[in-house]
Design a protein around this ligand. Sequence first.
Ligand code: ATP
Length: 244
Amino acid sequence: MGGLLELTDITVRYGADIHPVRDLTMSVQEGGTVALVGSNGAGKTTLLRALSGTLRFHRGTVSAGGVTLAGDRIDRLDPAEIVRRGIAHVPEGRRIFKEMTVEENLLVGSLALGARKDRRTLLDEMLDLFPVLRKKRRTGAALLSGGEQQMLAIGRSLMSRPRLLMLDEPSLGLAPTAISMVGDVIARIAERGTTVLLAEQNIALARRLATQVLVLRLGRVEWRGAPGEMDDSGVVRDLYLGGT
Ligand code: ATP
């Protein structure tokens, strides 16, 4: 049976010479959490940009093969249509709107959906999922801690009711306690039935959350397996010692 998301022979280019992702084939099963791990430059960010259609803003192009979501081709669609089809992308660095309040940031996340009347219900759901944001709903987003900003970025993406939530390095720049809180939230989102694709350099976090791990190296899948198989494979040692 096919996965919710299927990538076949995906190659991504920036200009003519840079190929950060090469002939990549992978599948994300509905209800699972797939972690993409690999050092800086392995191609994780580029791959998520290709899937959300935002690659074009970075002068990148996707070629060969194709990407399907629930059986439908999505790799030629624009980013807003990809959101409507059910993929939400929390980019690296969070990119929340610092001049807006928490609540306003969350509401922006629902703009791609047609149904305006749904928004208040969705907002309430999000504030239940993130009690810390409920307390600060009228606070300016710039005043949140790093961990809270990451939660807000995740909450905003969930406001589009995605089937697949893609997270790019949610642990980046956070203290260990904040990383563990963000990990708890991602685990809860997965338990509620949203499929998760997580790009992470923090191997401990990736192993904790993933049902399937893919190790990327220079844009290719170097290893794939269950988190529990990582120790025996030697792949963790290579990740720490191997550079890109
Ligand atoms: P990171 O953790 O740093 O995000 P990554 O695994 O996500 O690492 P990418 O950001 O996808 O890796 O980068 C893969 C390669 O593509 C790198 O060599 C990077 O320099 C290059 N690259 C990224 N963005 C562009 C761009 N807009 N134009 C040209 N090259 C780029």
